[in-house]
Design a protein around this ligand. Structure first.
Ligand SMILES: C[S@@+](CC[C@H](N)C(=O)[O-])C[C@H]1O[C@@H](n2cnc3c(N)ncnc32)[C@H](O)[C@@H]1O
Length: 243
């Protein structure tokens, strides 16, 4: 788990670095938890990062990052429940500018949202008004979530993560295109060229393609038009707003 989280973090670090190179200065990190990305990477003072997390998580986060002097950018910390609260209004009240390109980066979040993130990403699309905005996130397909929701596994999740996995998205290509995003790219990490050799054995055993080897994925290629193919998959999606 810790190793796959590290690989996942690296993937999204690269997405953020690319966004920086493209000149994006506005970042929204929903379900930010303890993510240190915008403190670790050198975001210049011209950047503003809106970080959203459940209120108690945000309180803890504020205490952890209060002393950070490394980061030059502005951090706007917002405690809210994105499944219930009107986070769009809160974001705008806090200064979010819908007129400039944004990176909306949801790492490790949508599996905790019952609809798998569909409403979240539709709302994000509605506020990211400028072409050139980017949405990036990871999600679990239906088989992965159904496996995790078996009682034995749920117990492990409650112990290690504190919440159950609920939301799934097997076909981000369709969901995102229906919302209006364009240039949708969906990958599994090994497919993206990340060799996770230490994880291959465990991944293959459990059928987790994202944690498995490139060989495993070659044997079990994903059909992007398929709702679900019975293999637990952790999918990584990047897409654009174009109006
Ligand atoms: C597995 S953690 C991921 C944290 C961080 N993004 C990372 O990848 O390191 C999931 C995060 O989603 C947050 N979360 C879950 N449901 C949420 C909701 N309804 N509104 C806001 N945050 C939520 C949790 O508080 C937790 O911090």
């Amino acid at each position: 788990m810790a190793k796959s989280a590290a690989v996942r973090a690296r993937f999204f670090d690269d997405v953020l670095r690319d966004a920086l190179k493209q000149g994006i200065t506005q970042y929204v990190l929903p379900g930010v938890g303890g993510d240190s990305r915008t403190h670790r990477l050198d975001l210049p003072a011209s950047c503003t990062v809106y970080e959203l997390a459940l209120p108690d998580v945000m309180e803890y986060r504020q205490s952890v990052f209060a002393g950070d002097t490394h980061s030059a950018c502005t951090h706007v910390m917002i405690g809210c429940d994105m499944a219930k609260d009107d986070w769009v209004s809160i974001l705008k009240d806090k200064g979010f500018n819908p007129e400039i390109p944004t990176l909306f980066l949801a790492e490790g979040l949508c599996m905790y949202i019952p609809d798998g993130g569909r409403e979240l990403f539709a709302k994000a699309h509605s506020i990211m008004a400028r072409s050139g905005s980017i949405l990036a996130f990871d999600c679990l397909n239906r088989t992965f979530v159904e496996e995790e929701m078996k009682e034995d596994n749920m117990e492990a999740w409650r112990t290690h993560v504190g919440e159950g996995v609920r939301g799934h998205m097997s076909c981000p290509e369709t969901v995102l295109s229906d919302i209006g995003y364009s240039g949708v790219e969906v990958t599994e990490l090994a497919e993206a060229g990340v060799e996770v050799t230490e994880l291959a054995e465990a991944g293959i055993k459990h059928g987790y393609a994202s944690q498995g080897s490139i060989e495993f994925l070659r044997k079990h290629p994903r059909d992007p038009t398929c709702e679900d193919d019975g293999i637990p998959r952790n999918l990584f999606a990047v897409c654009m707003v174009e109006r």
